[in-house]
Structures are given as structure tokens and as C-alpha cells.
Design a protein. Structure first.
Length: 152
């Protein structure tokens, strides 16, 4: 199975850590949107899209990348995020579906957040994602892997 994780992680590297845990299980290539050759997306059995949440939205670079993809039938995908508070994942799911992906599942985890007002109190969710969160990310990836290989 060939997997790609498209990830933007600019604040604390939280999303990158989650992507790497998933990537171990999926043996995935992890790339920033700007590193992805759009015509290569067809080569993957599974593509993940993840970032932190900023002002209640996925990172603009990830949104712009998915929004600009030519609409055509595509393969399996998943969506994930790290955030200070429970995020809304559906906007990215919708963008990926509009691009033609079959979005199999979503994953999110609370993570260290020092967004402006929270910085005054030292941030929230210090130390997260922690080992248990990364284990949950690996378990999520294992479930996806099983689904994709069963359907192959
Ligand atoms: C400018 C800014 C805005 C943020 N806005 C939100 C938000 O609206 N909701 C939320 O739950 N977390 C918010 N966060 C927290 C980030 O989503 C969280 O720290 C995330 O794990 C960052 O991922 P990264 O380290 O991979 O970039 C914000 C953080 C920053 C710096």
C-alpha cells in the first residue's frame, strides 16, 4: 500500500508528530503541500490531509492546496487535525470530497496551544500530543490500513 500524508505544522510541530506516528504504520511519505506533485496523487492508495486549527479553520496553505486540486475521481483519503479545542473537521472533509477523494475517516487530538490569550496562562494542553495520543494516531492509521488493503 502506498500512502502520502500532506501536512502543515507551523506552530509547535504538533501535527507533524501525529503525522509521523501515522506515517510509521502506513509507511507513508510525509510532505508539505508545496512539495506535492499534484499529478502524482493518483499513485497513492491513501492520502491524508492534516494541520493545526487556526481561528477555527485548517491552515490556509492546506485549504488552498486541496481547494485547487482539479476535480476528478480519486482514491481514499483521511483528514486529521491537532488543536487546542475540539475542531470542526467537516470543512476539510468537504474540500477533499469535492476534489474527488473518498474520505474514509477523520482523526483529531488536543494539542499544546499558545494562541494569543492562552499565552498569558502558559498555554493549554502542555505536553500534548503525548505518548497515548500518538498511540491513538497509530491505532487510527492501522484501522485505515486494514480497510484500504481489504478493499484492494
Ligand atoms: C494563531 C493561532 C490560532 C489558533 N486558533 C485555534 C482555534 O481557533 N481553535 C483551536 O482549537 N486551536 C487553535 N490554535 C491552536 C492550534 O490549533 C494548535 O496549537 C495546533 O496543535 C497547532 O498545530 P501545529 O503545531 O502542527 O502547527 C491556534 C493557534 C495559533 C497559534
Amino acid at each position: 500500500m502506498k500512502a502520502l500524508i500532506v501536512c502543515v505544522s507551523v506552530s509547535h510541530g504538533n501535527t507533524r508528530r501525529v503525522a509521523e506516528a501515522m506515517g510509521e504504520v502506513l509507511e507513508a511519505t510525509i510532505a508539505e503541500p508545496e512539495q506535492v506533485e499534484v499529478s502524482d496523487l493518483d499513485r497513492y492508495d491513501l492520502v491524508g490531509f492534516g494541520s493545526g486549527i487556526f481561528n477555527q479553520m485548517f491552515h490556509p496553505r492546506l485549504r488552498a492546496f486541496v481547494r485547487a486540486l482539479p476535480k476528478q475521481p480519486r482514491g481514499n483519503a483521511f483528514v486529521f487535525a491537532t488543536s487546542g479545542f475540539p475542531p470542526q473537521l467537516w470543512p476539510m472533509t468537504r474540500l477533499a470530497r469535492r476534489a474527488g477523494f473518498d474520505v474514509l475517516d477523520t482523526f483529531s487530538v488536543r494539542a499544546f496551544d499558545t494562541w494569543a490569550p492562552l499565552r498569558l496562562v502558559g498555554g493549554v494542553n502542555k505536553g500534548k500530543p503525548d505518548a497515548a495520543d500518538l498511540d491513538a494516531a497509530r491505532a487510527f492509521a492501522a484501522g485505515l490500513r486494514a480497510r484500504v488493503t481489504a478493499g484492494a
